[in-house]
Design a protein around this ligand. Structure first.
Ligand SMILES: Cc1ncc(COP(=O)(O)O)c(C=O)c1O
Length: 384
């Protein structure tokens, strides 16, 4: 781990932590800000929730909107990407027989939400088959158009795919789908803090993104951006006092909860900017770690790299091919993950796609090249 930067986190120094991708890791400065919000909340809960909170959420929203190039009028906080996706898919004006287009690499929780919608409203699920391994980001455009039908009403397009870590060319996919009149929900669970974003310029009808994965926020901070013409009729998963009073009123209060992840998001973004300045670009720093790290791991495993070294294709996460096939039983990957952790104190996810298993390494500023060497040493030694 990076001896200079690791002390800024509370991470266990005994663990080689190569999985920022799943949940992020919150720096101490943000946790201290969360604790301060808790103190203010408990000093006078009614003053905090009833009188101060609306204004404080508005201030935090402005700051986050600026970071993401979002329109604050159409920006809602949600606790996580799954909740944002649920709000959109469950509010959409479905009719029986409508089609919902997704990809086979879509995150499982999103697939399950789509399945619920399909059963509840008689919606047909349509699957774009994304190539992997692949040579170029452009290979990920045509499958969306190929999978749609005249009944397709909405597409859910990942910005960064979970099992393979591929960055999808969302601008091109959006252009292709918009040409055919299909509105798009972009699942950018990984994107804020990982990729430069200008959500207004991107022009998706709906965009969901986590702040707690790569933007250093406390867990429970995510956003939903909605284009103006889609705001009416969109409700949060949990309806409360603000029902029918506009997007912000509906989403700002969904019952009593701990809003500290939202309120401290600006502190997290300041920390991101500080890292960005000091390291000459967080994205480039993290990508460089993973670019070299994935080669070490693939060499140790004796498997080919699944895609070229193109920073348009992958950022601070990369998938390397595991030498044994996926049996179809998820206990196989859960067991690999648990044993590697128990045997060597290395935290790294095993993902699956088609009939293959992938080892998905992350790079975050607290990592160092020695972390990937350590993993490669274990694999070279024959650990399976
Ligand atoms: C592509 C994608 N979508 C959605 C999610 C869900 O994120 P959350 O658990 O924060 O809701 C993830 C989490 O890893 C993801 O990778």
């Amino acid at each position: 781990m990076n001896a200079d930067l690791l002390p800024l986190w509370g991470l266990d120094p005994e663990i080689t932590f190569l999985n920022n991708g799943s949940f992020g890791a919150t720096p101490k400065v943000v946790l201290a800000a969360v604790a301060q919000v808790h103190r203010e909340m408990e000093a006078e809960p009614v003053r905090f929730h009833a009188r101060q909170l609306p204004g404080r959420i508005a201030v935090a929203r402005e700051s986050v909107a600026q970071f993401l190039g979002a329109d604050p009028e159409g920006l809602a906080f949600v606790p996580n990407a799954t909740t944002g996706v649920n709000a959109v898919l469950r509010s959409f004006p479905w009719k029986a027989g409508d089609g919902l287009l997704l990809a086979d690499q879509t995150y499982n929780a999103v697939k399950q939400t789509a399945l619920w919608v399909s059963r509840r409203y008689g919606v047909e699920l349509q699957w774009a088959k994304l190539p992997f391994p692949l040579e170029s980001a452009d290979d990920m455009v045509a499958p969306w158009v190929d999978a749609m039908t005249p009944n397709t009403r909405l597409a859910v397009v990942d910005h960064v795919a979970s099992p393979t870590a591929m960055i999808l060319p969302v601008e091109k996919i959006l252009a292709a789908l918009h040409d055919l009149g299909i509105p798009v929900l972009v699942d950018g669970a990984h994107a804020p803090g990982m990729l430069p974003l200008d959500l207004q310029a991107l022009g998706a009808e709906f965009y969901v993104g986590n702040l707690h994965k790569w933007a250093y926020a406390a867990k429970g901070a995510a956003i939903l951006q909605v284009a103006e013409s889609w705001r009416e009729g969109l409700s949060p998963v949990c309806i409360s006092h603000g029902y029918g009073q506009g997007l912000r009123a509906e989403f700002d209060w969904t019952g009593t909860m701990d809003p500290s992840p939202y309120l401290t998001a600006p502190i997290a973004l300041d920390f991101w900017r500080k890292m960005d300045r000091e390291l000459g670009g967080v994205a480039a720093f993290n990508h460089a770690l993973v670019r070299e790290g994935r080669k070490l791991v693939a060499e140790a495993l004796g498997t080919p790299l699944p895609h070229p070294d193109d920073p348009q294709l992958y950022g601070p996460m990369a998938a390397t091919l595991w030498p044994e096939p996926f049996s179809g039983d998820y206990r196989q990957v859960a067991d690999l993950n648990a044993r590697l952790y128990a045997d060597h104190g290395i935290e790294v996810p095993f993902t699956t796609y088609d009939d293959r298993i992938w080892l998905r390494v992350s790079g975050q500023v607290f990592n160092s090249p020695a972390d990937y060497e350590r993993l490669a040493d274990v694999l070279r030694g024959g650990w399976r």
